[in-house]
Design a protein. Structure first.
Length: 413
């Protein structure tokens, strides 16, 4: 069956189990993708269960959210890498006990949880789909920083001994849904056969993420308390150092644009070593940037803020895909982004945006300057923005192919 085919069956008999380390009310790229996939499947008449970690005792273990059955298991605890591993025994038990409730397991971010899904499959026979949300999982390259701290090279014999079991274990999934070409290439390079590798990028609702109508932008700006006569540059994402927040603020300090405002939207990473929320606000105050930098916190709906903006910037140090960047382009907003990872799949320098080397504030400032100062250049890039992502990142098409994959695996099981 061709990976671009769409499902022609009447639906899965028992439905899909989406296994994700965290889910609502945690909101991030992984959680957002899992929820949108679940909503799509429910809209197509499929039964969907989301199996996720307990994050607090104030949330019910069994919940229902717009037709999505949410089941929270394992020890309670806030978001952490260790938390994913601590819940694996509970995942195995749940999947085995409830095997009659689902046809296929889809692991959104399969680090740790994927191990549990494969162990349970030995008893249940239910097929497992892996969707990595970052590079380096299947290859084992995400352990390279740990190896370097131990004084071990990433390509030597010890590194191969560490990574080989990872590849062998995770490589046992029935299919891999790759959200970027980078991850697709990595999966194939690890020896996974082409028929098990599907290119299925994280996608968005193109009807919701749309350009503002004529005159609509000024009304939105007024409602958001933004000036009509200044250039609005927007950052959307968690306020974390690897998202390039501090790089962007340093670039803004270098530019000192009197007629532009930088809006920083997203949640702090309070208590995390990479938190850039408090350090970012302190930097703004210390550098006298408070007049043209605004921190607005997390947004329930980013569309109005994007439609109100002239420019969106995503200066990530690494990025598996970059959903906010796709959302901005779909809204017809030109983009300045780091030349890393999945961003290279759709940001074309000089056509729909500009690419900048990561972790380089002076280079970022140089990319921003002509777009902040020249409305004609912004308009030129904006004219190509939506068209550049409309075909490949429409969730109706992408999730349709994903449903076809689930149906194929369930029929073959």
């Amino acid at each position: 069956m061709n990976p671009s085919a769409t499902s022609t069956g009447s639906g899965l008999a028992r439905g899909v189990l989406i296994l994700t380390p965290y889910f609502y009310p945690i909101i991030g790229g992984v959680e957002s993708n899992a929820e949108r996939l679940a909503r799509y499947l429910v809209s197509q008449g499929e039964r969907v269960v989301v199996l996720t970690k307990r994050i607090g005792r104030n949330l019910r273990d069994e919940d229902d959210r717009d037709g999505i059955a949410i089941r929270r298991i394992g020890p309670a605890g806030e978001r952490s890498s260790l938390g994913k591993w601590l819940m694996t025994p509970a995942i195995v038990r749940w999947l085995v006990r409830h095997s009659s409730d689902y046809d296929v397991v889809c692991c959104v971010d399969y680090r740790a949880t994927g191990v549990a899904a494969l162990l349970a499959r030995r008893s249940t026979g239910r097929p497992v789909v892996f969707q990595a949300q970052t590079t380096g999982v299947l290859s084992g390259d995400n352990v390279d920083p740990l190896l370097r701290r131990a004084g071990i090279g990433s390509e030597g014999m010890i590194a191969r001994m560490v990574k080989s079991p990872v590849r062998a274990l995770y490589g046992g999934a029935d299919a891999f849904a790759c959200i970027s070409r980078d991850i697709e290439r990595e999966t194939l390079a690890c020896g996974v056969t082409r028929d098990r590798v599907w290119y299925l990028p994280n996608a968005i609702d193109m009807a919701h993420f749309r350009p503002a109508e004529p005159g609509e932008r000024d009304r939105i700006r007024t409602s958001l308390g933004l000036p009509i006569d200044r250039v609005i540059c927007l950052f959307v994402g968690r306020l974390s150092r690897e998202k390039g927040v501090m790089d962007l603020l340093e670039a803004w300090r270098l530019l000192q644009p009197a007629d532009a405002i930088l809006v920083v939207a997203g949640p702090d990473m309070t208590g995390h070593a990479w938190d850039a929320g408090a350090p970012g606000r302190a930097f703004v105050q210390a550098q006298g940037l408070a007049e043209n930098v605004r921190f607005v916190g997390p947004l329930t709906d980013v569309v109005p803020m994007m439609q109100a903006s002239d420019l969106v910037v995503q200066p990530s140090h690494f990025e598996a895909l970059g959903l906010s960047a796709i959302e901005a382009l779909a809204c017809g907003i030109p983009l300045v982004a780091s030349a890393v990872g999945g961003l290279l799949d759709f940001v074309v320098d000089g056509e729909n945006g500009r690419l900048s080397p990561p972790e380089d504030p002076p280079a970022l400032a140089a990319c921003l300057f002509p777009l902040l100062s020249d409305p004609r250049e912004r308009a030129r890039l904006a004219a190509r923005a939506r068209e550049s992502v409309l075909q490949d990142y429409d969730e109706l098409a992408v999730f349709g192919r994903m449903r076809a994959l689930f149906d194929r695996l369930a029929r073959a099981a």
